[in-house]
Ligand binder design. Sequence first.
Ligand SMILES: [Zn+2]
Ligand SMILES: [Zn+2]
Length: 418
Amino acid sequence: MAIHSIKGMRDILPEEARLWQFVERTAREVFESSGYEEIRTPILEETALFRKSIGEGTDIVSKEMYTFTDKGGRSLTLRPEGTAPIVRSYIENRMAADDVVKLYYVGPMFRSERPQKGRSRQFHQIGMEVIGSSSPYFDAGAIFLMTNLFKKLALSDFKIKICSLGCAKDKEKLAKELGAYLTPEKNRLCPDCKTRLKKNVLRTLDCKVESCRSVLRNSPKAKDFLCGSCGGHYKKVKDLLAELKIDFTEDANMVRGLDYYTNTVFEVTHPGLGAQDAIAAGGRYDNLVEDFGGKKTGAFGFALGTERLLMALSSEKKAGPQKKGLDLYVATTGDKMYTEAFKAVIPLRENGIFCEVNFQGRSLKSQMRQANKKEARFVAIFGDEELKRGEVALRDMKTSEQRNVKLSDLAKEVREGL
Ligand SMILES: [Zn+2]
Ligand SMILES: [Zn+2]
């Protein structure tokens, strides 16, 4: 019986993994050049962490989490997102400092959604969190960092939408008004939204059901309930983005399907993705640290979906990094040569020469074909007679010139020729 990968979880094969490495390497460089350091949290967390932070009544918590009970009777969940675990870690490891704490992460997340284009059950995110300040400079700074990463990846057709949800008090006012607006329309709402109306009315705003969308079209909006301070914060973020020459549009309907956001939220879309067009999203969460028992402190973060970013890049037909050819292919004329060849490549590799040896007992002709296929720059031929004199034949694959060189000089000769 053949065993297959789990539905919605797929293998990333070498050809594609090269693009992943390119994207992840570029992200690391961009984050680290701005003082961000990597954090790696476990993939499994206590379920309560996500229930409490993302919120009851959100799609993630009510439908999409991979939750199970372990042998000790604990409810555990495969992380559906990266922010809550990092906030947990920040508090648990007493990371709070005089200055802001800047962290980034790269890794898999899990949500049991219906698999579709750009959406798998194990998906991957690259994200950052800056914890320790409520200043709008960090909102604009993080968005700039993201656009800078897109620039380094040569991604161009993305669009940024921003909105402000206000502080907890503003959100409370919105929730109250929204409840009052929706109650008389209750019968037009889907069953989920009927529950949300009682449990977590703001989450009705995420509903994708058409009847709910049409009821909500003229509902109260977050921007109408911003207090003076939140209105000022939002204006400053927009001014700073304009200062940084970052194009954006305001979207009063944006809510983000997570409870913990306050003030600025943003989303980045790309036309190369179809209906599920978000490639990145994030926002401010000024209450989450306190909600988990830390000192009240502001924070901002975003995550981009690696699969979606790669789809966006491929839709723009941007050439990714090419496979690197071999520097040296070591051909052997019989198995007596194997041990010599096996040993000879060790110092070559230590000298940074990318080389491979043939141990397959192929004919010399077939080995030359292989060397061509692997785009080898040089081929060293280990032959009996030459080796007795401590030499090997070195063939330049560009010029087809061949000459004997001292085996002890092989690394030097190849280095010089590259
Ligand atoms: Zn406010
Ligand atoms: Zn609904």
